[in-house]
Design a protein. Structure first.
Length: 369
């Protein structure tokens, strides 16, 4: 029996970047006061005050504030709140500090032990609210740029993994699972989730967004349109549809057969839930990204992968590296994984194994077995 769901594909091409999301154009405060303004300890209040100083309406401010995704707001809020405490202690205006104030703040963060990547986020947060008199955003001031180069030299941001694990080991472990119809819902959920991660090369965020309303499932393939923004989404670009081909050569690794069984099993459990992956225990609600990560990590551990060293996100490195070794061209790998340039793949993902067609990413990963 085949389940089919009509889809409304999202247009756009894939795009990704390992860099932090850039802040909107910094705002030059117009109102000058002899004493520092009273700012709420909530870091984002500083951003709102900066925008208010431009005499923007509250409606306009709300739209500008929406330019940051929630994950970026959460990061910026942390550092802007610390900036507020620092500027209060230093008795400087949080919206109109000197470059010395900014450098000393970043130095304090550095001395607290944080690395280059986090400091770069703090710099971006400050750039959202601080512009020096010469119209230079705080993060772009020559001295701040020079300071950040010094931070990188002392505490460089390096790829998390120097090597990766052998995809074959995990695929062999998945192959040993019983036929999908004999698996418990827990085992079926674990197997399906791991195959989705390995055969797409995508982030957990993307797998978490898979929705049965935007799925088309047939005997030979399954495709998902991603209906919400993901990390690599930018104006004019969006992650491409995820397409999985049936693997008739080895039913034990066929993701389409796995999906067909999962859809049938969960049909009467999900109620109004449309997210593909739901809990295998009552009340069978949509699972979180953290739960998906735990499922994948459990499969890796069962296969003998050192999960103290490799987390669920390592599937991205392992699968893309396997696809490269199987001979898949770099353009197809970049498109599948959502990268805009080959340097990201070369620096962070094209790793040696720790121990030693229709251009379809998933098929290339499976062919490495």
């Amino acid at each position: 029996m085949v389940s089919s769901f009509d889809t409304t594909p999202c247009s756009g091409t894939s795009h990704s970047s390992s860099r932090k999301e850039s802040a909107p154009a910094p705002i030059q405060p117009q109102c000058h006061s002899p004493t520092p303004p009273q700012v709420d300890s909530d870091g984002l209040q500083i951003v709102r005050m900066s925008l208010q100083s431009q005499r923007l309406s509250e409606q306009a401010i709300d739209i500008v504030m929406s330019s940051w995704r929630e994950s970026t707001k959460k990061q910026y809020k942390t550092y802007l709140a610390r900036w507020h405490k620092f500027s209060t202690k230093r008795s400087c205006d949080p919206l109109q500090p000197t470059v010395t104030d900014v450098i000393e703040f970043l130095t304090e963060l550095f001395q607290s032990g944080i690395g280059y990547s986090c400091l770069n986020t703090a710099r971006s947060a400050l750039s959202a609210v601080i512009v020096f008199p010469d119209n230079t955003p705080a993060g772009s001031h020559p001295l701040v740029v020079r300071f950040m180069k010094g931070v990188f030299e002392r505490r460089p941001s390096l790829p998390k993994y120097k090597s990766t694990w052998d995809v074959n080991v995990v695929l062999e472990s998945l192959r040993k699972f019983e036929h999908v119809k004999k698996l418990s819902l827990k085992e079926l959920s674990w197997k399906l989730t791991t195959l989705l991660m390995l055969l797409s090369g995508q982030r957990i965020q993307t797998i978490h967004l898979l929705d049965i309303r935007y799925m088309t499932l047939t005997e030979s393939s399954c495709s998902f349109s991603i209906s919400k923004p993901v990390k690599q989404t930018r104006p004019g670009t969006h992650v491409h549809d995820l397409v999985f081909q049936a693997y008739f050569k080895d039913p034990g690794l066929c993701i389409v057969e796995c999906l067909q069984e999962y859809v049938i099993r969960t049909k009467h459990l999900r109620g109004e839930e449309t997210q593909l992956l739901i809990s295998f225990v009552k009340p069978h609600k949509a699972v979180s990204k953290d739960t998906i990560a735990r499922w994948v990590k459990s499969v890796l551990a069962n296969a003998g992968i050192d999960t103290h060293q490799f987390g669920a996100h390592s599937t991205r490195s392992a699968s893309t590296s396997a696809a490269k070794r199987s001979g898949l061209d770099i353009t197809t790998i970049m498109r599948a994984a959502g990268w805009s340039n080959a340097s990201t793949f070369a620096q962070f993902y094209n790793k040696p194994i720790e121990h030693s067609p229709d251009a379809n990413f998933g098929q290339a990963v499976l062919s490495s077995v």
